[in-house]
Write a protein of this length. Sequence first.
Length: 64
Amino acid sequence: MLLWRLCGTHRGPLLRIPPSGRWIEFTGVSMFEIRGNRVVRRFTLWDLAGVLRQIGLLPALPEE
């Protein structure tokens, strides 16, 4: 299992979404199935809704 963080400027297409030029930061987790010395399967989860909020395609969450 790998916990990771990505930070950068959205300068290229992301899931067919054109570049926004905005700064984005998000975390994710990737899980791997390994047989012998090879990765045979990978499963990754990340906060797509959070990224869409950061680039302005979803409204911000209400303040609590």
